[in-house]
Design a protein around this ligand. Structure first.
Ligand SMILES: NC(=O)c1ccc[n+]([C@@H]2O[C@H](COP(=O)([O-])OP(=O)(O)OC[C@H]3O[C@@H](n4cnc5c(N)ncnc54)[C@H](O)[C@@H]3O)[C@@H](O)[C@H]2O)c1
Length: 275
């Protein structure tokens, strides 16, 4: 991993109890940042697998502390504005500042667009799109008030670039929305020296994917990744990437090395979009 220096900085990581968020939290700490690790700590009715728990969030905090950095755990739902606002206030009370927002929390579920219950649509859009905006809104206000810049990295998906006929109209819509939100935030926050970018992962080996495989079977990847859209990994068809592959992009986009990069959505997609 290249050497980044985030010493003196505070990274606010959403969806940090496990999966990609835990990896982002651990590696921001490895490179010197203190970490606010936020997660929801309860399941959602429309999501067919377990979300993060408070024990897992504590384990993330331990991993941060093992790197010699401080961790604050916050249980909050990114789709609830009052909870997001309180989480941002708690972070600033604890550390005095936030420098990096790793806007990663997300959920997945499946239903054909013509069969989808409104609750499935609403819960996913509220988390994967509104939640990204709410965190950017409240951390962005802090960046503006503080006046010395900041970094926002959102998690989109290859599903933000292309349609996938896999009962994912809501997810595809949310992730396309994250790309649009990223561009707009980049334009609005540039005068405050804030970079806003997104990362678009292909299939990553996390509890989200293992939970979806358990709930729906192998067709989750076969149809979405291979038969209909081309391989989700052209180097090694069928092999998922690791969370750390996405963390690398997060670290770069959060660093001064990417100071003139803003408004982009960077695919880390093992060639998925090359077809
Ligand atoms: N795994 C993949 O193949 C893949 C591919 C492309 C994009 N993504 C995106 O990457 C991000 C991380 O996904 P992951 O694979 O690590 O999933 P994951 O389910 O393993 O982890 C997501 C974390 O977000 C938390 N979370 C969910 N809803 C929340 C809410 N309302 N408030 C606070 N926390 C909440 C969960 O509890 C969980 O800890 C998501 O935005 C996802 O859509 C994942």
């Amino acid at each position: 991993m290249p050497e980044y220096d985030f010493s003196g900085k505070v990274a606010f990581v959403t969806g940090a109890a496990h999966g990609q968020g835990r990896s982002h939290a651990q590696h921001y700490a490895k490179h010197g940042a203190d970490v606010v690790a936020l997660d929801i700590n309860h399941n959602k009715d429309t999501v067919p697998y377990d979300l993060g728990t408070s024990d897992e969030l504590d384990e993330t905090a331990s991993l941060v502390e093992d790197e010699g950095q401080e961790a604050l755990t916050v249980e909050a739902d990114v789709s609830d504005e009052a909870e997001v606002e309180a989480a941002v206030e708690a972070a600033i009370d604890e550390f005095g500042r936030i420098d990096i927002l790793a806007n990663n929390a997300g959920i997945e579920s499946m239903a054909e667009a013509t069969e989808m219950d409104e609750a499935i649509w609403d819960e996913l859009i509220d988390t994967n799109l509104k939640g990204v905006w709410l965190c950017a809104k409240h951390v962005g206000k802090h960046f503006i008030d503080r006046g010395d810049g900041g970094k926002i990295v959102n998690t989109a998906s290859v599903s933000g670039f292309t349609g996938i006929p896999l009962g994912n109209a809501h997810y595809i819509s949310a992730k396309h929305g994250v790309r649009g939100l990223t561009k707009t935030l980049a334009l609005e926050l540039a005068e405050y020296d804030v970079n806003v970018n997104a990362v678009a992962p292909t299939a990553i080996d996390t509890p989200m994917v293992s939970g979806m495989l358990e709930a729906y079977g192998e067709e989750v990847l076969d149809e979405g990744g291979s038969a209909l859209s081309g391989p989700f990994n052209i180097f090694d068809e069928g092999a998922m990437l690791e969370s750390r592959d996405i963390t690398e992009a997060y670290l770069w986009l959060s660093s001064d090395a990417a100071r003139y990069v803003t408004g982009i959505t960077l695919p880390v997609d093992a060639g998925f979009l090359a077809k």
